[in-house]
Design a protein around this ligand. Structure first.
Ligand code: NAD
Length: 597
């Protein structure tokens, strides 16, 4: 067998292969310190479209990431590669990769290239997977500081991040479900039910900045607290906020007196603002939070700290910072409980905020704090049970015309689910573009593969200018275990079992995905999660259509089966129906103990 040794240090920035006299083939070869940009157009730099697509995605996550010079994409510390030496080594490997080869990555570093065969994944990546007894934040920080591991986020290290839109569709689904569950909306009438209401939330980072936009799509006003004025201003300039202020009175007046939905960014600390709003007896309709609370050291500004002092203190006295951050989170959570008691709909939005508060308050507070539900258990699980989740596609041409063709395809293909056309219509006018044109769209079992195969035909006949990459968030029906986020309160008690994400990764490799990534939590998420990510490219070849169908059906199908086994009737119905399209049959061996009906 031919094993290829990668020479990560062989290419210093100045020696990068060049496209022209002064132009490196990829911005990855020139960075850090230069703007990162994904290649557009029909031209190939790699030896085939599958590798070219993955290289463009790697470039793209840094083009739109939070701190590309440090390879940080989102979620506080979520990185695209171990360090710049490794980033260059990976880019070089992708440029030279043949279709019969697989590039193997371990925690963001290039390990080697193996001969695996034409339908094997081009990239297999494992990030920070650690035995349970050693999966602590302290060990993670030590190893990360020594350059031995990274937190890959969900989509950062797997190069599947598409900016705030990645979570925007989910937050839109979430607010829509809340409108139906709590405010009496009929399907399709969510915006009417939310008009005149407002949400209090916080965090305008990589993911959090989606919140005001998804609220606006449903005519819900928002007041979002953000500690960093630059983040708030960035979103205002992108059109996602109508107004930014550091004055709580002015922010409240704008939201409470608004005659039409309004999105206000309030520069401040959530740990101070929430208690003050509760003290004044002002009750928002909905309350949540999307600061990077999962990471007490790097993700949540403690009350009383200035941003610059916090950044220094994280290195100088990390234990103190963590203690102060958790104390502040506990204050914020106490205020959320008060607001819930006063009638607000309060939930946690996937950031471990309750866990952090309980750690400060003591285990006695657990039951009280956990009266705040997690968003997945409370609202979105019935969709996951049908394999409906955060599917996404990326136009590798970089052309808006391709984006339009695919949007229209989604509207046309699924007339039985009018909510899909509704979402696409809203997304086209409300989502500020970031990087390569991309769309997140909550499609279900059978719909994803049908869409991807149809898109493959459009690549083949030249309607689309270049291939399209399909992916999804790792937080999907089969692919994520996190007992306080995706799998909280599973009916069969399987909240902490990582069997399904691991099976998912194996199935994705077996069915011919182009990239499969298995991630474990890092930073504050150490020990909390396991996930699987997938990317697959529609390059127009007939054999690709076969892989697209197998791979995407296996992925969403396993999600349905997981929920069927756990006792969710929506999943059993999906099995009986052959998925959302009726054309993706599944075999459920329902005699397995703990199965649904
Ligand atoms: P990020 O690190 O890019 O941004 C966090 C933001 O919070 C920053 O802008 C920061 O300034 C702000 N902030 C920190 N402390 C604050 C405080 N005390 N008051 C006000 N603002 C404060 O992180 P992100 O990518 O936006 O992710 C945020 C969280 O959402 C993470 O915990 C992530 O894991 C989680 N997440 C949830 C979902 C989901 O599906 N619900 C999806 C992705 C990410």
């Amino acid at each position: 067998m031919n094993l290829t040794r990668l020479h990560p240090t062989a290419e210093a920035p100045g020696q990068a292969p060049t496209a022209g006299p002064h132009q490196p083939v990829s911005s990855l070869l020139a960075g850090p310190g230069v703007p990162q940009r994904a290649q557009r157009g029909r031209g190939l730099r790699a030896r085939n479209w599958r590798a070219e697509a993955l290289l463009r995605m790697f470039e793209n996550v840094l083009e739109i990431g939070e701190n590309p010079d440090e390879l940080i994409v989102y979620a506080s510390l979520g990185k695209a590669a171990r360090d710049w030496t490794q980033a260059r080594a990976i880019a070089h490997a992708l440029l030279g990769l043949e279709e019969q080869q697989t590039l193997v990555l371990a925690s963001g570093a290039a390990v080697g290239v193996l001969e695996t065969g034409g339908s094997a994944p081009l990239v297999l990546s494992a990030v920070n997977n650690t035995v349970g007894r050693w999966a602590s934040p302290e060990r993670f920080y030590e190893r990360a500081a020594a350059g031995q591991t990274i937190w890959g986020g969900l989509t950062a290290g797997a190069w599947q991040y598409i900016g705030r839109q990645g979570v925007l569709a989910g937050t839109y689904e979430l607010f829509g479900t809340i409108a139906r569950v709590h405010f009496g909306a009929a399907p399709g009438g969510e915006a009417e039910a939310l008009d005149g209401r407002w949400v209090l939330t916080s965090g305008l980072g990589g993911m959090g900045s989606s919140q005001p936009i998804s609220a606006r799509m449903l005519r819900l006003s928002s007041l979002t607290v953000e500690a960093d004025p630059a983040k708030a201003e960035r979103l205002r300039l992108a059109g996602g906020l109508d107004r930014v202020t550091d004055d709580l009175d002015a922010a409240l007046a704008t939201v409470l007196d608004a005659e039409a939905p309004v999105a206000v960014g309030l520069v401040g600390n959530a740990a101070d603002v929430y208690p003050e709003i509760a003290r004044r007896g002002i009750v928002p309709d909905i309350v949540t939070d999307q600061t990077a609370a999962h990471d007490a050291r790097f993700g949540y500004l403690p009350s009383g700290y200035r941003l610059d002092a916090w950044r220094r203190a994280r290195d100088e006295r990390p234990e103190r910072v963590e203690r102060d951050a958790r104390a502040s989170m506990a204050r914020q959570v106490e205020a959320m409980l008060e607001l819930a008691a006063a009638g607000a709909v309060v939930f946690e939005n996937g950031n471990n905020l309750r866990v952090q508060a309980i750690e400060h308050l003591s285990p006695d507070a657990e039951d009280r704090v956990n009266t705040i539900p997690g968003f997945m258990e409370a609202y979105l699980r019935p969709l996951f049970a049908r394999g409906i989740g955060p599917f996404r596609w990326v136009c590798l041409s970089g052309e808006d015309a391709d984006q339009r063709v695919l949007d229209e395809l989604a509207v046309r293909l699924f007339p039985n689910r009018p909510e899909i056309a509704r979402w696409i219509g809203l997304a086209r006018t409300n989502v500020p573009p970031q990087g390569l044109p991309a769309r997140s769209c909550w499609l279900g079992h059978g719909e994803r593969s049908a869409f991807a195969v149809a898109a493959n035909d459009l690549v083949a006949d030249g309607t689309l200018a270049a291939p399209v990459l399909f992916s999804r968030d790792h937080l999907d029906a089969a692919s994520m275990t996190h007992p306080r986020i995706g799998t909280e309160g599973m009916r069969d008690g399987s909240d902490g079992s990582t069997d399904f994400p691991l099976l998912d990764g194996l199935l994705l490799a077996a069915t011919g995905a182009d990239l499969v990534a298995l991630h474990s939590g890092g930073g504050g998420y150490s020990g909390w999660m396991q996930s699987a990510g997938v990317s697959i490219v529609a390059d127009g070849r007939p054999e690709t259509a076969v892989r697209l169908r197998r791979c995407l059906d296996a992925d969403s199908g396993l999600g349905v089966l997981r929920h069927a086994v756990a006792g969710y009737p929506e999943a059993a119905d999906s099995v009986a129906a052959g998925g959302e399209t009726g054309r993706s049959p599944l075999t459920w061996l329902s005699s397995v103990k703990g199965s649904g009906r």
